[in-house]
Design a protein around this ligand. Sequence first.
Ligand code: FNR
Length: 366
Amino acid sequence: MSLPSLFSPLRIGRHDLAHRVVMAPLTRMRAGPGNVPNGLAATYYGQRTSEGGLLIAEATQVTPSGQGYPATPGIHSAEQAQGWKKVVDAVHARGGVIFLQLWHVGRSSHSSFQPGGVLPVAPSAIAITSLASFTPEWKQVPYETPRALALDEIPALIEAYRDGARNALAAGFDGVEVHGANGYLLEQFLHSRSNKRSDAYGGTVDNRARLLLEVTQAVIEVWGADRVGVRLSPFNLYGDVGDDDPIGLYSHVLARLAELDLAYLHMIVGRDGPGFDGESPPEIDDLRPFWRKPLILAGGFTGESADAAIRAGRADAVAFGRQFIANPDLPQRLRRGAPLNAYNRSTFYGGGAAGYTDYPALEMEG
Ligand code: FNR
């Protein structure tokens, strides 16, 4: 099996990719003290690197208040940037391209993560009720009602993304992806269900899209648009978000992002994330006309369906999540039509090498 569309080259912004199998950003909750990525992370990302392949490193908080899960890495301290540098070096040693996903969880946090033990921030004071929050000690507790950000706090938030982008540049990454998906801060602002503001950041689609666009602009000022991507999940409901009119909202967002000349747009096709198992709404294709630059799709793809999506012009590249966790050499396996290792959900989050760096590559199987 050759999957010729999936294994054709693609230029995204400043980078030439040898193929279109992208590693999706995957939270693994294994950072060391100070939320510094450790040596095991360098091994893990190095194992998943292919010559000319794109990896998007896991969601990484740009500021301490942007953290909502234990042991997620940060990019707000010099030590974290140094830890990431080892990851980047491991990927570059094998000829890969690696972007960092810039993250702020907004209300998907708990006061026990917040400096000073204050409440997490959000567009509006609405708690998540369908999920439980973690604490730093891995306990599960109800989410608290967050504090609505004051209008005059928003510039500092944008600066936190800019600082994270600068630190990512210092760590040697090839680019950054703005995390605008999966129910976190930027999506909380985008979606009508979580944003009830009546100022310049709420109400109309223009206003709800404002923070995403301002953050993206700040990141572009650091990196140049040709090394910046944005990830969105238009139909997501995970984290108690959701929009009354996703096509209306996202046709606007995509048209505005298109003016910025980004390296790529990355969209998750499913309704629920992360790692959803549901059906993809067909409406995702209704958004294609609003985005003509490189488009990465993610969510439930196989090698065959990814190749077909690219052939049909529905996507330019496809990101794989769970299959990349279990198959360090996923591109090689897909190209050869080799069997895939099954993933083990119980080791997705937390722990050490088990379920992280010990999935075998084909060559190890002999
Ligand atoms: C995820 N996903 C995710 N998405 C994201 O934007 N940032 C992240 O850090 C994570 N973390 C994460 C961890 C784990 C363990 C899973 C399973 C998923 C979502 C992921 O990138 C991808 O969109 C989904 O997994 C769907 O793709 P697959 O797994 O069907 O190929």
